[in-house]
Design a protein around this ligand. Structure first.
Ligand code: 5GP
Length: 191
């Protein structure tokens, strides 16, 4: 999506450790009218799919998922990150290795809000190694919910996550696919 690529070129900042910061419009300050355009693009791409809910993960997925959900006219459920050891019977649980913090944490979602009746669109801000998506897919599998598709704002296409998740048969629509990026240099996009 040209609009997102141009915005990343203009406002994105590349940091050591393979991190692209887009804090001015996506991850800290949220440019809501701009994100609405991303929501419309996912809506166009997933036109014809029956979606009952959008699933994301806290924290940075929530804002964009909510804006996208207005286009799909469905609720958003976000998986909560938790360090609690005793998990109740009321939740599904998975584990995610954090790309940005290099730690492993549990994610949970209430059984009340994810069921076998649900047809899910997963939305997240970044796709790198695919760990966050694997955790969210796990939760859907546990609930018997069907994953209809996955919408990502920025995929770092040189990392393995995209191939991994697509090879499992999931449709992943990334609106910008970063091919390479360098600290102090530019960001190149895949076709
Ligand atoms: P994965 O689980 O695919 O390795 O990483 C995805 C998660 O890590 C996303 O939810 C996102 O929050 C974070 N992440 C991965 N790479 C980046 C990055 O380059 N920039 C930012 N801001 N977040 C990232």
């Amino acid at each position: 999506m040209k609009l997102l690529e141009e915005r990343i070129q203009r406002d994105g900042k590349v940091f050591e450790g393979n991190v692209l910061k887009v804090d001015s419009f996506l991850n800290h300050q949220i440019d809501a009218p701009f994100i609405r355009e991303l929501g419309r693009e996912w809506k166009r791409l997933f036109e014809g799919e029956e979606i009952t809910k959008i699933l994301t993960i806290e924290a940075s997925g929530i804002g964009i998922a909510c804006i996208a959900a207005l286009e799909f006219d469905v609720p958003v459920v976000f998986a909560k990150k938790t360090k609690t050891v005793n998990i109740s019977d009321d939740v599904y649980k998975s584990q995610v290795e954090s790309f940005t913090h290099k730690t492993v944490y549990d994610i949970i979602v209430s059984k009340e809000f994810l069921t076998s009746d649900d047809k899910i669109l997963i939305i997240d801000d970044f796709l790198a190694n695919g760990k966050a998506l694997e955790g969210l897919i796990d939760l859907c599998e546990a609930a018997g919910a069907e994953v209809k598709g996955i919408g990502i704002a920025v995929e770092k296409a040189y990392q393995p996550g995209g191939d991994l998740i697509r090879s499992r048969g999931y449709r992943v629509e990334s609106l910008a696919r970063v091919q390479s990026m360098t600290v102090g240099g530019g960001v190149e996009f895949a076709d």
